[in-house]
Design a protein around this ligand. Structure first.
Ligand code: GLA
Length: 327
C-alpha cells in the first residue's frame, strides 16, 4: 500500500512537473484594435494576470488596421507562439485572419468583436467571447427612459444622438437595443439623429455629434447612446461645446472603465449620466485561460460566450462596483 502511494505520488509529481515546464513554453498573443482605450488596457492587465498564475507568456500587440494585424500574426508565428486572442480593427478581415493564423499554425479566438465572412455572417467556428449587446443596449435605453420621466421631459422636445459605427455588428446591436426601448416608450422616431463616427473613439464621436447638434440647434434637450463610453463621452463633450448643460443632457455609455469613472469623479455632474459596466476581467483573464487550456490540454473553448453588464449611475457607481467586486 505504502509503495503504491509512493509510486502514485511520484507519478503525480512527474506530471505536475511536465505541465509547469510546458506552461513556460506557452506563448499567447493578445491583439487589440485600440490599445490606448482603457477597456483594452484592462483586458491586457487581466490576460497578464492569467499568464502569471499559470506561468505562460502574453504578448500584447496593438493593431489599428489590417496590415498591422497581418504582421502581428506573422510576428507571433515567428516568435513561436501557439495561439492568439484578437479584437480586430475590422470584422471583415475575418477570413484573412483565420487563414493567416492557420499558415502560422496558431490557434485563434476572438474577443469583443466577432469576425464575419464576405456576406457579413459570423465565423461561427472561431471561438468568441463578446458582450450580450442587445440586452445591454436595452438596459441603456431603459435607464434613459426612467431618467427622462424623472425629469418630467416631454419626449417631443427631446433629440437623441445615435452615435453609430454600423460596420460593427455588436455596435448596431447595442444602439438598436437602446433605441428599441426608447421607441417602445413613445420616443418619436423623427427625433433620432444618426451621428456616424469614423473610428470608435471619443474624438470621432465628438465630431459626429457636433454635426447633429449644429443642424438641430432648435432642440434644447438631448440624450445620447453609442457602442461604448467613449462614443457617449464624445456626444457629451460636443453638447457642452454648444452650451447644452448637464440638466438638459442624458448620456449613458457601455464599459465602466476609467473613461467613465473619471467622468463620475468630476465634482460637477456632466451629461454623462451613467454606464453599463461590463467585465474586462472575463474578457481578458478568461479568454487567456481558455486559450491556455486549448494549447496545453487540447480543451477547445466554447464557440460563443456572451457576458452580462450592470447599470451604474453617477450617484451609485461606487456601490455597483463594490457589488461586482471591482475595487
Ligand atoms: C467593442 C468596443 C469596445 C468595448 C468592447 C466590449 O470592441 O469597441 O469599446 O465596448 O466592444 O466588448
Amino acid at each position: 500500500m505504502r509503495i503504491l502511494t509512493t509510486i502514485l505520488l511520484a507519478g503525480a509529481m512527474a506530471v505536475t512537473g511536465a505541465v509547469s515546464a510546458f506552461a513556460e513554453d506557452v506563448k499567447i498573443g493578445f491583439i487589440v484594435k485600440q490599445p490606448e482605450e482603457p477597456w483594452f488596457q484592462d483586458e491586457w492587465k487581466f490576460a497578464d494576470q492569467a499568464g502569471k498564475e499559470k506561468g505562460f507568456t502574453v504578448v500584447k500587440i496593438g493593431a489599428e488596421d489590417g496590415e498591422k494585424v497581418q504582421s502581428a500574426i506573422d510576428n507571433l508565428g515567428a516568435q513561436g507562439a501557439q495561439g492568439f486572442i484578437i479584437c480586430t480593427p475590422d470584422v471583415k478581415l475575418g477570413p484573412g485572419i483565420v487563414a493567416k493564423a492557420a499558415a502560422n499554425n496558431l490557434k485563434v479566438m476572438t474577443v469583443d468583436d466577432r469576425l464575419v465572412d464576405a456576406s457579413g455572417a459570423p465565423l461561427e467556428d472561431v471561438p468568441h467571447m463578446g458582450i450580450s449587446a442587445t440586452k445591454i443596449g436595452e438596459a441603456v435605453g431603459q435607464a434613459i427612459v426612467d431618467e427622462m420621466k424623472k425629469r418630467g421631459w416631454d419626449l417631443k422636445d427631446v433629440g437623441a444622438i445615435r452615435v453609430s459605427y454600423d460596420q460593427l455588428p455588436t455596435a448596431v446591436d447595442r444602439v438598436e437595443g437602446a433605441l428599441s426601448v426608447l421607441k417602445a416608450n413613445g420616443f418619436p422616431e423623427a427625433n433620432i439623429f444618426n451621428a456616424p463616427q469614423a473610428k470608435t473613439d471619443t474624438e470621432a464621436a465628438l465630431n459626429a455629434a457636433t454635426v447633429v447638434l449644429n443642424k438641430n440647434a432648435n432642440i434644447k434637450k438631448w440624450i445620447a447612446v453609442g457602442l461604448n463610453d467613449e462614443a457617449v463621452l464624445g456626444a457629451v463633450r460636443a453638447a457642452e461645446s454648444v452650451g447644452v448643460t448637464a440638466d438638459n443632457f442624458i448620456g449613458i455609455g457601455i464599459g465602466g472603465a476609467d473613461s467613465a469613472i473619471n467622468e463620475f469623479k468630476k465634482p460637477e455632474a456632466t451629461g454623462f449620466f451613467g454606464t453599463v459596466i461590463i467585465s474586462p476581467k472575463r474578457h481578458g483573464y478568461e479568454t487567456a485561460m481558455n486559450m491556455y487550456e486549448w494549447i496545453a490540454n487540447g480543451k477547445e473553448p466554447e464557440k460563443l460566450t456572451l457576458t452580462a453588464g450592470q447599470l451604474a449611475l453617477r450617484d451609485n457607481y461606487q456601490v455597483v462596483r463594490k457589488d461586482l467586486g471591482i475595487e
